[in-house]
Ligand binder design. Structure first.
Ligand SMILES: C[S@@+](CC[C@H](N)C(=O)[O-])C[C@H]1O[C@@H](n2cnc3c(N)ncnc32)[C@H](O)[C@@H]1O
Length: 260
């Protein structure tokens, strides 16, 4: 049983598409802010892209993917590749973008994935916030996330991931989701171990930002910390996105690009 994907996820995503439209538009807007490579090069040369945790790309924008010469997707879920092709394949074919879908644990095999795609931009696509559901303890999850981000040093990469999630007041028809906003990543406090300790349970999230955004999200009760506080280095421009996962449950997504 895959705790962060699989058939239940696909069914839910398919059913919720209408309600996720705003979050997907925000993600598309953030994706488009991918900074150009630091070293100048021929503008005709298109990047290649690795997407980790791609699933069927339910929340990815086809027009953005079309800007790449090659897209390689990775997911644990064997349904992910065929469904990704179904959703984005025609658009990618139209833009002459090569598509390869891999069923693989790309976090465990990160070294191999990176060395096979040495020039690719890497997108962790709503996967780092799921690590805690694949680990026996929050300590282990925090260590695993820290290992991934250490390994990305020197690469051009980005991530969109859950920061927090939790119950909300019932979604009211016509109630607009809070607008995406941006902040600059401050220095994250404490070591990985200290961070994990703070988050042993579903907990009231900490952090000054939660008071305002949490209110806008109509947050109620305890929210879950997805242990992603230290993903982005200090100074990263972070986009904050409301994702109404279901009628009474919302995720707070954070997204950022790192350009070495
Ligand atoms: C929330 S879903 C991602 C949604 C996806 N980005 C989309 O737009 O539809 C998380 C996905 O990450 C995948 N996943 C979790 N751990 C993974 C790993 N170690 N390697 C590859 N995929 C992983 C799950 O199978 C699941 O499909």
């Amino acid at each position: 049983m895959n705790p962060s994907g699989g058939l239940f996820w696909h069914l839910h995503a398919w059913r919720q598409q209408r309600h996720w439209h705003g979050a997907c538009a925000d993600i598309a807007q953030w994706l488009a802010t991918l900074p150009p490579p630091a070293k100048a090069r021929d503008p005709q040369v298109r990047d290649s892209l690795v997407v980790i945790g791609a699933s069927a790309g339910w929340m990815l924008s086809s027009p953005w993917l079309q800007g790449f010469a090659q897209v390689d997707t990775f997911d644990l879920d064997r349904w992910a590749g065929p469904l990704f092709r179904r959703r984005h394949g025609a658009a990618l074919q139209a833009s002459g973008t090569a598509l390869a879908c891999h069923t693989r644990d790309a976090l465990a095999d990160l070294d191999a994935v990176l060395s096979t795609h040495p020039q690719a931009v890497v997108l962790f696509d709503n996967v780092l916030g799921q690590v805690r559901f694949h680990c026996a303890s929050t300590d282990e999850a925090s260590q695993r996330i820290a290992k991934v981000t250490r390994r990305m040093r020197g690469r051009r990469w980005g991530s969109v991931h859950d920061a927090y999630s939790g119950p909300t007041q019932a979604r009211r028809v016509g109630l607009p989701a809070p607008a995406m906003h941006r902040s600059v990543q401050a220095r994250t406090g404490g070591s990985v171990a200290a961070s994990a300790q703070r988050n042993t349970q579903a907990s009231q999230p900490m952090g000054a930002g939660f008071d305002t955004f949490g209110q806008q999200l109509h947050a109620q009760g305890d929210w879950l910390d997805h242990l992603t506080e230290a993903v982005f280095p200090q100074g990263t421009l972070v986009h904050h996105i409301a994702w109404p996962y279901s009628a009474r449950y919302c995720h707070w997504l954070q997204a950022g690009w790192i350009n070495p």
